[in-house]
Design a binder for this molecule. Structure first.
Ligand code: PMT
Length: 212
């Protein structure tokens, strides 16, 4: 099987020396990529900037911005049986990016932001993807309800819900504790290392893959 995985943060340029980003380390997405490569699948890992070594035997596609990740996913998803979107993607980007570094002027500064494309939300209708579609949800409240809303709106078969209000799990920690939110039910998974959960997420995702 061919498995496409997005991982890590995106970066949205403000000017040539500054950017907007988030706290994703890439650990969760890379753990899934590792598990998938170990299991002998072809892995296409589309990743924002991280400090992690690229797992062996994966096709690695580095990107920076949401637009770059969008274009890479649009290209590579045609080859995938399963697509897992673990990246923490910036929903907005600066409306204009000057060629030169922005200089200090007044005491306050206003940055105008515009919406980025929703990559996961484009998979079904815009990219025509018919394989197993697994999204993530990073939430600080109403974890299950918010994840279920994303499952329905984005056409997913499964959404992995992450509580990112806690310091011991979620962004940049070595452990995670998640809810597997399916269309008809929810399955909680206890706190474990991201490596261990990566293997379980892979198995659950493969079970949703279409069979010939
Ligand atoms: O990288 P780590 O430090 O390990 O931390 C990542 C994590 C453990 C928190 C990870 O598991 C996680 O939750 N990643 C997704 C974070 C996120 O951005 O979720 P969201 O609720 O904002 O987005 C919902 C889904 O839509 C995600 O699958 C996201 O990849 C996707 N999305 C969001 C916005 C957008 N413009 N395009 C997208 O494809």
């Amino acid at each position: 099987m061919t498995i496409l995985i997005t991982a890590g943060p995106t970066r949205e340029a403000i000017d040539p020396v500054r950017f907007l980003t988030n706290r994703s380390s890439g650990k969760m997405g890379y753990a899934i990529a590792d598990a998938a490569a170990e299991a002998g699948h072809r892995v296409i890992l589309i990743s924002g900037p991280t400090q992690i070594d690229v797992p062996h035997r994966v096709d690695y596609i580095p990107v920076e911005s949401t637009q770059e990740m969008f274009e890479a996913v649009q290209h590579w998803i045609k080859k995938a049986d399963v697509a897992i979107f673990a990246a923490a993607v910036a929903d907005y980007r600066p409306a204009a990016v000057p060629d030169q570094k922005i200089k200090k002027t007044g005491d306050t500064m206003t940055l105008e932001l515009v919406r980025n494309p929703d990559i996961l939300g484009s998979a079904r209708k815009e990219f025509g993807f018919h394989g197993a579609l697994i999204g993530f949800a990073a939430e600080t409240e109403n974890l299950e309800d918010n994840a279920r809303g994303k499952l329905q709106r984005k056409g997913c078969d499964l959404v992995i819900a992450n509580d990112v209000a806690r310091q011991d799990i979620g962004f940049d920690s070595n452990d995670n504790e998640i809810l597997l939110v399916y269309p008809e039910h929810t399955e909680p998974l206890e706190k474990h290392s991201k490596e261990h959960l990566g293997q379980i997420i892979l198995e659950k995702s493969m079970a949703l893959a279409p069979h010939d």
